[in-house]
Design a protein around this ligand. Structure first.
Ligand code: SF4
Length: 88
């Protein structure tokens, strides 16, 4: 199954919690916002997730303090998982 992590930069506060959880997938840009490693354009914020990273991606979605992350399965957006409101 094809899973994509979407990053909403309009909500993100750029503190980088998700980049720590998904360090092999995400990097931070010059302003601290999470981006897909080695990608350009739209692929920077719609990040393909391999099966091995799926659990960490779900954790990042649930822990993002501003609900800036969501997972999509083949174009269908999954409900964001409300997590604790720790700072990202
Ligand atoms: S965890 Fe959320 S707020 Fe923090 S950097 Fe990632 S997307 Fe932005």
């Amino acid at each position: 199954m094809s899973t994509t992590l979407h990053i909403d930069w309009t909500r993100c506060d750029g503190r980088g919690l998700c980049t720590e959880l998904l360090s092999g997938v995400l990097d931070r840009d010059d302003w601290g916002y999470p981006v897909a490693r080695g990608k350009l354009g739209r692929e920077r914020t719609d990040v393909p997730i391999r099966d091995g990273d799926r659990e960490a991606a779900q954790e990042a979605v649930s822990l993002c303090p501003v609900l800036a992350l969501s997972l999509q399965e083949r174009g269908v957006r999954m409900a964001a998982v409300e997590g604790t409101r720790r700072r990202g």
